[in-house]
Design a protein around this ligand. Structure first.
Ligand code: IMP
Length: 445
């Protein structure tokens, strides 16, 4: 079988599609697994032989000991979290030697004041909304993602992984950063003593020293890997509809989490990507604020939440649940240039008499469109146009061959492929690696 030299895996909805499992599966056919965006706001749960691993920063490929993992320059790294994950895997017998994990010296560092700022600003905005103002809170994961990327773009006050290795540079930077950030946090109502630059510099230099063996110029590392004929797997965090430029702004995350983020987040040209697998949950979920046209606030949504265990890996928040929005998925597949789809959590839909698929939007003036609108305010005004299809009764979580799926489940996959104009190559019917059905191109295209 032909293994592409570089494959991208990307979520096509609002995150939590089950990318971790597919990355973990595809990792077997690749040599280097690369994260290019986001930070510890992402959460990947992978189940191997019944053991659950929740990773936030490490690429899911970290579980396979013969793979190299790269945290590219486009990622924002919380050093404490990264060390916790490295040590957590080591304690379970999976070692991450420095030649197996490369962390970009240019990746920006999530500092404690970024997390405080994130939480405090969300609180201020939510309280303002409670008093009748427009709700401008995003419902972030409070992992400091937005403030860290904001510092990157502001430049002067930013701290990168390489800076942690130089105690003097770090201390001088933090002297000024702490003075400014303390005033900002106070203005946001944070009741805490001013930030202590000496203590922070000390702590973060120590964290940097512990991570020193991993910190390197990943751009050259990645180009060398390509030149050596290594096969690369890009692991998208978050998902296309949360992309800062192409998602449902402002209810998005702060990075380019579509496939378009790969070149800036790694230093590799887009031409290296041969295949892009779009990950689609068989229904819809969303965490945080923002429009979600196919949300079901009734019994069906509740049933999906319970059957799908739809509670956040990172924050534990109950996810908003609803039906599959094919208009949105087709848009994301277009933005990402998907060459195949993986449909996840198909087993969750067993037992529904009927299933709904959204194939168009009705606008307030009565006109109908099958084009997605990434502007949150416009999207909030649309009514979904439903295609109702028959469901299937039996549980399917034990099925491993497409031929054994109930015909209605097979038809459901075919409808997705036909609407999105992209073949479904994989259907997942449970969290374990074994609960995976590979479909031939003709089976669902
Ligand atoms: P932030 O990335 O923490 O700033 O959060 C911004 C928005 O993106 C919020 O609505 C989050 O719930 C959402 N978000 C960020 N990462 C993920 C993810 O991995 N899965 C689902 N939602 C996410």
């Amino acid at each position: 079988m032909h293994t592409p030299s570089a494959t991208a895996v990307v979520g096509l909805q609002w995150g939590d599609e089950g990318k971790g499992k597919i990355v973990d599966l595809l990792a077997a056919e690749h040599d280097v697994i690369v994260r290019y965006n986001g930070g510890a706001n992402a959460g990947h749960t992978v189940v191997v032989d019944g053991e659950r691993y929740a990773l936030h920063l490490l690429p899911s490929g970290a579980l396979s000991e013969d793979k190299t993992c790269v945290i590219g320059n486009g990622v924002v790294v919380d050093p404490r979290q990264l060390l916790k994950e490295i040590e957590g895997l080591t304690a379970r017998g999976i070692s991450l030697e420095p030649d197996r994990l490369l962390v970009s010296d240019r990746a920006h560092v999530v500092m404690p004041y970024h997390k405080e700022h994130d939480g405090a600003l969300e609180g201020v905005l939510a309280r303002a909304a409670g008093q009748g103002d427009e709700n401008l809170s995003i419902g972030t994961t409070k992992r400091g993602i937005g403030p860290t990327y904001a510092d990157k773009v502001h430049r002067s006050l930013a701290i990168r992984m390489g800076d942690l290795l130089d105690a003097d540079v770090l201390r001088r930077r933090l002297d000024i950063v702490c003075a400014i950030r303390s005033r900002e946090l106070e203005a946001l109502g944070v009741d805490a003593p001013p930030l202590d630059p000496a203590a922070l510099a000390d702590e973060y230099h120590t964290l940097g020293e512990r991570l020193r063996p991993y910190i390197t110029d990943t751009v050259y590392g990645l180009h060398d890997a390509v030149a050596d004929g290594k096969r690369l797997l890009f692991e998208g965090a978050n998902a296309c509809l949360l992309d800062i430029d192409h998602g449902t702004f402002p209810y998005v995350t702060s990075s380019n989490c579509s496939v378009l983020g790969i070149p800036p987040g790694t230093g590799l040209p887009g031409t290296v990507i041969e295949e892009t697998v779009g990950i689609v949950k068989a229904y819809g979920t969303r965490v945080g604020e923002g429009p979600f046209p196919t949300e079901d606030l009734g019994e069906d949504g509740e049933r999906i939440r319970e059957r799908g265990h739809e509670y956040g890996t990172t924050t534990g928040r109950p996810r908003r649940c609803g039906w599959l929005d094919l208009v949105a998925v087709r848009y994301s597949a277009m933005i990402c240039g998907c060459t195949s789809l993986a449909v996840m959590l198909l087993d969750v839909l067993s037992g529904f008499e009927e299933l709904r698929l959204c194939t168009g939007y009705r606008l307030p003036d009565g006109t109908v469109t099958d084009r997605f609108m990434p502007d949150a305010r416009r999207l909030a005004t649309v009514e979904p146009i439903w295609e109702v299809v028959p469901g299937w009764e039996p549980e399917i979580d034990h099925i491993t061959e497409a031929a054994d799926l109930p015909p209605e489940a097979h038809d459901y996959l075919e409808r997705i492929a036909a609407f999105v104009e992209c073949p479904v190559a994989i259907a997942s019917v449970g969290p374990d690696r074994r609960q995976t059905i590979r479909l031939g191109q003709h089976a669902a295209s």
